[in-house]
Unconditional design. Structure first.
Lengths: 196, 186
């Protein structure tokens, strides 16, 4: 009888240990989350494959890619357009910024808009190592979220699991958002250009 | 009177009682290791850039079904566009690599050409910085419509930060992964 009791006790112990390990193991989303490097506006954030520096933020209720008065490509919004000016430089190999998003205070993620051709993100611009490029990324967000945004950018466009990601909280005040909304002008997205 | 010797037969030992389980454990453990090992090997085999093929005699590299030679890498002299000299962004220098191929028409279809600097940084051909310049789009196959020839030449254009020196040209063909050709600058 004693060996059988011992075997049963061992089985119970093994199951208990397994349960403890299982409950302590992170789920897939947590285990495969991006490797985020957090920084501040105006300072480079090094995420190994590239450096990103947020240079400034502006906003509007209409954006366009062209300054021509006849251009009919302006896009309006019931929320607000947030245009983030970023300096990006590849460090090792030619790459591109595949994805950019902003996260608000409620944890909602807004991807860079696809309502207009984005010149810098969505892999539209190749970045050569050591050659910094400055450009803007446009986001369409609700007005009440615009003063609580954190920028995220990554190289991979779709599958961002375990990818290097830069994260920078944007300094946007409620007054600034109100000013953008009150201004009826159209903001023209600047083209990426090489900088020093 | 018959004499009884010994007691009941001796109980077999633990190893003997569990011998079939222990024997079965060996292939079970092996099978458990084979699957992840094969997955890792397949990933390695399918990822370009893992195994370098370097320059052999006469500067030729045998890569896949053909051979490649790096003729030269020089600073590019860009041709005027509509009579105006082309400009490159400040702080950058355009480079041109001339490559000679002895290969079939489709041996290097879909290749990627990179210029490597002395720090090991790698620059892709056909950069945005040369948009608008009159430079050919780099490839590793005969130009479309060209007469088939056993040997042909192509040019690839790059930009690097000013003051950076090229060290090698890499040719990467995904179907030949993990191998890639590395041709050092003479």
């Amino acid at each position: 009888v004693t060996p059988r009791l011992g075997a049963a006790a061992l089985i119970v112990a093994a199951l208990a240990v397994g349960t403890v390990i299982e409950s302590g193991t992170p789920d897939t989303d947590t285990a495969e989350r991006p490797f985020i490097t957090r920084g501040t506006m105006g300072k480079p954030v090094d995420v190994h494959t590239f450096d990103a520096t947020v240079l400034g933020v502006r906003g509007a209720t209409k954006i366009s890619r062209s300054q021509r008065p006849t251009d009919k490509g302006a896009r309006d919004t019931g929320g607000v357009w947030v245009l983030v000016r970023v300096r990006v430089v590849a460090t090792q190999t030619t790459m591109s910024v595949g994805w950019a998003g902003v996260v608000d205070r409620r944890g909602r993620t807004f991807h860079a808009t696809t309502r207009i051709d984005q010149p810098l993100v969505a892999s539209h611009r190749q970045l050569q190592p050591g050659i910094p490029v400055v450009g803007e990324v446009a986001f369409e967000v609700p007005r009440d979220a615009a003063d609580s945004l954190t920028l995220q950018i990554a190289e991979k466009p779709l599958d961002r699991r375990m990818s290097a990601m830069a994260e920078v909280p944007l300094r946007i005040t409620k007054a600034a958002v109100d000013g953008w909304v009150a201004d009826a002008g159209t903001a023209v997205l600047t083209e990426p250009e090489v900088t020093r | 009177m018959t004499e009884v010797t010994g007691g009941p037969p001796a109980e077999p030992g633990w190893l003997r009682r569990n011998r079939w389980g222990l024997i079965a454990l060996v292939p079970a453990l092996a099978a458990g290791l084979v699957v992840p090992a094969k997955n890792a090997y397949d990933t390695y085999q399918g990822t370009p850039g893992g195994r370098q093929i370097s320059t052999g005699s006469g500067g030729w590299v045998s890569y896949g079904a053909g051979r490649i030679r790096l003729v030269e890498v020089t600073q590019a002299k860009l041709k005027p566009v509509f009579g105006r000299p082309p400009t490159v962004p400040p702080g950058t220098t355009p480079w041109r690599a001339k490559l000679l191929f002895r290969a079939g028409a489709e041996a290097y279809l879909g290749c990627k050409i990179e210029l490597e600097d002395t720090r090991g940084r790698r620059y892709a051909a056909n950069p945005n910085e040369l948009n608008g310049a009159r430079v050919s789009y780099a490839g590793c196959t005969l130009d479309y419509g060209a007469t088939p020839a056993p040997e042909y030449e192509t040019e690839a254009y790059f930009v690097m930060p000013a003051g950076t020196r090229p060290a090698a040209v890499r040719i990467i063909v995904r179907v030949l992964a993990p191998r890639y050709a590395r041709l050092t600058v003479g």
